[in-house]
Design a protein around this ligand. Structure first.
Ligand SMILES: Cc1cc2nc3c(=O)[nH]c(=O)nc-3n(C[C@H](O)[C@H](O)[C@H](O)COP(=O)(O)OP(=O)(O)OC[C@H]3O[C@@H](n4cnc5c(N)ncnc54)[C@H](O)[C@@H]3O)c2cc1C
Length: 453
């Protein structure tokens, strides 16, 4: 059975549903394939936190239904491992009703004209004459295999990146290395004792509980909390075990609303997000903020930027990698270079221990505003006053060296991403420079060369 569309999108999460909305609204015939069906659509295991700036950007194209916002957030409380230091970082955002958010986006896509194929699992890209020309999918209920043919195929299947990873030998198929992933587990629970300051999300740094990452409380309200943790890098311990051992005993739980885990790509940008006839979005494109693992905003951003590049490709009638390359250029300029900068800092942060973190937070090596900018928008390295840093590191030369190195390399590697090649032909030469620069840095902070998956 063969269906024909302009664009076929696999995955109706934030990225796929929003891209479907944008493209259908522009008049394209869009098929949106989603493995889940019925009441499963919209369900996503997540911390559900989203910065206001992402919502504002989205509102240029689609104003969110107020029902999707469960709690308005005013900022973050960042807590040191010994819990003696608490930094209050101002920054508005929301804790989403994630199910309502997911459903709302799919409904908007359908209202704009996209055709939803629920209960359809995309299994592989269809490749003809060196181009992706659609997707093979199985209808779960009947087991019937279908072909969805289109000029452009979009992989928005989340971290598993079901389509791009099957394009063996293509640059876009670059696999995720276990070092570049974080594993998260979270529960949405009802607690007996109301949380103080539910307008603030809480981030606890503790390398024993969440090695390389953090554990969190994202309040939906004072007594309904999204509590979880993310462990960065090669998995040596199941996050659920740490959740049950260290975090759960701190709360009196009345009931549980939803539990679940997942993995998140937390790394530099993929070297390319396109191939002949295909583009990748959201987690499938590893577009997540490598420091805090937030990827809802980036799922929206990739959908927006890719939609622009795809619209242009339709104007020319050419769906080759060269034409779709525009999306790479938009992405690297808008977010990719910041993602790379944050990834450099992420690697350094993963080498720190609780002593370093207690020291760094208590001395306010970065102040609240600086941390906000760093985490939400990417590094603005001019924020970090070198003299101030030097003064505060008296007695910690090794830590000072690591921090200054990471700032220097974040700048250099970010600049390399800003000079992302305008053409595919230059990609390998450019990428060799990236790898060399990363390896230079990694060696200096005591890490081995960039892993090849
Ligand atoms: C525990 C946890 C906590 C997190 N907390 C936050 C947070 O607080 N804030 C934040 O911004 N980000 C957070 N993230 C990351 C965030 O959830 C993701 O970055 C974001 O949801 C990515 O959206 P997406 O559309 O790319 O992928 P997804 O939301 O994963 O959507 C992919 C969709 O594709 C479907 N699919 C998969 N395979 C197929 C297939 N073969 N065929 C058809 N359909 C398929 C899936 O069913 C799914 O609906 C968290 C992630 C986890 C795991």
């Amino acid at each position: 059975m063969v269906e024909k569309f302009d664009i076929v999108i696999a995955g109706a999460g934030t990225a796929g549903a929003y891209a479907s909305y944008l493209l259908a609204k522009s008049g394209f015939r869009v098929a949106l394939l989603e493995s889940k069906s019925g009441n499963e659509i919209g369900v996503k295991t997540c911390g559900d936190g989203l910065g206001l700036h992402h919502v504002e950007r989205m509102s240029r194209y689609l104003t969110p239904n107020s029902k999707v916002f469960q709690n308005k957030i005013e900022g973050v409380e960042l807590i040191s491992p010994d819990e003696k230091t608490k930094l209050i970082i101002k920054g508005e955002g929301y804790v989403l009703d994630r199910f309502a958010w997911g459903r709302w986006l799919v409904e908007e896509a359908i209202r704009a004209g996209a055709t939803l194929y629920e209960g359809h699992t995309a299994t592989s890209p269809i490749v003809e004459n060196g181009s992706v020309v659609g997707v093979k999918a199985v209808e779960r209920k009947s087991g019937i295999v279908k072909e969805f043919r289109a000029k452009v195929t979009i992989d928005a299947t989340g971290a598993a990146a079901v389509l791009r990873t099957k394009l063996s030998g293509w640059a876009v198929s670059e696999p995720l290395h276990p070092e570049d992933v974080s594993h998260a587990y979270r529960e949405i629970v009802y607690v007996e004792e109301p949380l103080e300051n539910p307008q603030y999300i809480k981030i606890y740094l503790d390398m024993a509980v969440a090695p390389g990452g953090y554990w969190w409380i994202f309040p939906r309200n004072a007594t309904m909390l999204n509590i979880g943790l993310g462990i960065w890098g090669v998995l040596r311990r199941n996050p659920r075990v740490n959740y049950e051992q260290y975090i759960l005993p701190r709360f009196k739980i009345r009931g549980k609303y939803h539990i679940g885990g997942g993995f998140i790509p937390t790394r530099r940008p993929l070297k390319t997000l396109v191939g002949n006839g295909i583009v990748v979005l959201g987690d499938a494109a590893a577009a997540v903020n490598p420091i805090h693992g937030g990827g809802i905003g980036q799922a929206l951003l990739t959908a927006e930027l890719a939609s622009k590049a795809i619209t242009k490709a339709f104007e020319t009638g050419d769906f080759s990698e060269e034409t779709l390359w525009e999306y790479n250029l938009l992405y690297m300029k808008e977010w990719g270079f910041r993602q790379a900068q944050l990834d450099v800092l992420r690697l350094m942060l993963q080498t720190l221990d609780n002593d370093d973190l207690n020291f760094g937070l208590s001395r306010k090596i970065l102040n609240e505003d600086e941390i906000y900018h760093l985490a939400a928008r990417g590094t603005d390295l001019s924020l970090i006053d070198k003299f101030k840093v030097l003064m505060q590191f008296v007695g910690r030369p090794a830590l000072l060296r690591k921090l200054t190195l990471s700032i220097q390399y974040a700048k250099e590697i970010g600049d390399l991403y800003l000079a992302y090649p305008r053409e595919k032909a230059e990609l390998d030469r450019w990428y060799t420079q990236v790898v060399n620069k990363y390896n230079e840095y990694r060696k200096k902070i005591g890490l081995g060369p960039l892993p090849t998956a």
